[in-house]
Design a protein around this ligand. Sequence first.
Ligand code: MN
Ligand code: MN
Ligand code: MN
Length: 200
Amino acid sequence: MEVEVKLKLPDSTTHQNLQALLAPFHVITHSQYNTFFDGASAELSTRRAVLRLRFYGDNSKCVVSLKAKAVLVDGVSRVEEDEDDIDPLVGQECVRDPTHLRSVESRVVKRARDEFGVSEKGFVCLGGFRNVRGVYEWKGLKLELDETMYDFGTCYEIECESTEPDKAKKLIEEFLMENGISYSYSEASKFAIFRSGKLP
Ligand code: MN
Ligand code: MN
Ligand code: MN
């Protein structure tokens, strides 16, 4: 289970201000490209699941994730998640031609095929989006500051994975309020926003 705090920032200026505030705690910035797949007969989506391939930087790394049954309440997201690394070149092949996912050797892709009964028709690519993720070590928390670029606009969000999400949320909210950073509880996942085709 992945549990994370998700707070939405209203605009680019707020994102820049927060970036400046967090600069002393900066660890790394990732450039990510996320692509999503369903079974050709919607075998995954009908069971509230999705398969994601996430590419890092110059395709130096590719992570495949199977995410299911996401719930987002009061800025805390809970989702069943299983992840695996695959060869980025194989990953790129799958984006170009999703039928390749039928033969990819990965425990997670195999689960998507077997447990969700993806038929002979195989997988279809739903498209994707770019995300720039700043990672910060702050007060024992790992904060992720996201700038997510959809075809229809850009969203800004701060995320924090934690086993004690309410505690983490309180700390982050206090920090944002003390520094005059406006925010709201995220009401949709990045994938849900992508699928909706419009900014929330
Ligand atoms: Mn995760
Ligand atoms: Mn997330
Ligand atoms: Mn995460």
